[in-house]
Design a protein around this ligand. Structure first.
Ligand SMILES: [Zn+2]
Length: 90
């Protein structure tokens, strides 16, 4: 049980504390590989890459049917990646 308050809090004091309760919107950045919105400085859960490197196998937990669909999508985005590399070379 909480203790009994020994002193009254004014409305101003109560409201000043509550001024900090607001939630921020979550900031996201597009994944450089698959363009999906992800948290900055985190691995992409969609394609499993971090800083351009494959760090997990996103297909490992999927069954056959899902895997086939996913491989198709990832292949399409990989095409985009090669285009980006070309632009960087110039
Ligand atoms: Zn990604």
């Amino acid at each position: 049980m909480g203790g009994t308050p020994t002193r009254h809090h004014t409305k101003a004091r109560r409201n000043k504390g509550r001024a900090h309760f607001a939630l921020n919107t979550i900031k996201t950045v597009p994944c450089p590989k698959c363009k999906q919105q992800i948290l900055p400085h985190r691995m992409c859960a969609n394609c499993g890459t971090y800083r351009g490197k494959q760090v997990i196998n996103v297909l490992a937990k999927l069954d056959k049917k899902e895997r086939k669909q996913r491989e198709k999508v990832l292949k399409e985005t990989e095409g985009d990646k090669s285009n980006i590399k070309h632009q960087e070379a110039k």
